[in-house]
Design a protein around this ligand. Sequence first.
Ligand SMILES: NC(=O)c1ccc[n+]([C@@H]2O[C@H](COP(=O)([O-])OP(=O)(O)OC[C@H]3O[C@@H](n4cnc5c(N)ncnc54)[C@H](OP(=O)(O)O)[C@@H]3O)[C@@H](O)[C@H]2O)c1
Length: 278
Amino acid sequence: MTIPLITLNDGHTIPQLGYGVFKVDPADTERTVSDALEVGYRHIDTAAIYGNEEGVGAAIAKSGIPRDELYITTKLWNDRHDGDEPDKAIAESLDKLGLDAVDLYLVHWPTPAKDNYVHAWEKMIGIRERGLARSIGVSNHLVPHLERIVAETGVTPAVNQIELHPAYQQRDITEWATAHGVLIESWGPLGQGKYDLFGTDAVAAAAAATGRTPAQVVLRWHLQKGFIVFPKSVRAERMAENIDVFGFELDESQMAAIDALDPLDGSGRVGTHPNDLN
Ligand SMILES: NC(=O)c1ccc[n+]([C@@H]2O[C@H](COP(=O)([O-])OP(=O)(O)OC[C@H]3O[C@@H](n4cnc5c(N)ncnc54)[C@H](OP(=O)(O)O)[C@@H]3O)[C@@H](O)[C@H]2O)c1
């Protein structure tokens, strides 16, 4: 299975598809990540708050896969933005993961009411300079947050990881990202199963026409939009289904029908609004 590599604005490359471990029970994480590596995933997306970095690290160590063939992302949690907390947090994450450096480190949420996300971003820049993260980025940042961190530090994040799926496309952020060379990572790419994407006419029709599953159609839509995805499943058969998305294409009309699923009123959102998480 060859997964396309795309180039970030700092020159490093990232596999466009990976495996996410949000809500994977820490006790089950070594098993699920081992399954994902066995199936062919090489990019793993975790976070300190998921409580399962140790499981990710254990699976990596057991796999024997050379470090340079893996792409590992983790994230700085919201209560670690102040002072030197980010430096302590990355050290703890690396210890749990059993790594010298992560490939990508993200500020998980901007927590705008605390007004400390610019400081957190300055600390991320230092973390990258010290070689503890090859690339740095943000998550759940809205356009005003992005504009502010770039204006105040001069450093543009490599990615912005945001809730994004056909029912919630966040076009203002994706347009800003394209204009500024920031790649979009779609979290909840399948709508977390909370939003019935698979039951929509657009997805069902494309699945019938291509002989693929609705999940494969939705993931294919993300890839053709240029987004990075890491669907989560605890089941090996779904991991195999979700990675098998490079042998077909959606045509223009199928893409347009899925594009039209976002009513642009925010009703498709399944997670918390970034301004409300502090
Ligand atoms: N930055 C952030 O704030 C943030 C927030 C949320 C998520 N994330 C990241 O994004 C990753 C993916 O998002 P997500 O886990 O929230 O949601 P998701 O990948 O959209 O959806 C996961 C759900 O879909 C089910 N599923 C997976 N593959 C399926 C398939 N082929 N057919 C039918 N159902 C399927 C899974 O169930 P089973 O497990 O039972 O198969 C699970 O209930 C996370 O794991 C995490 O790494 C980041």
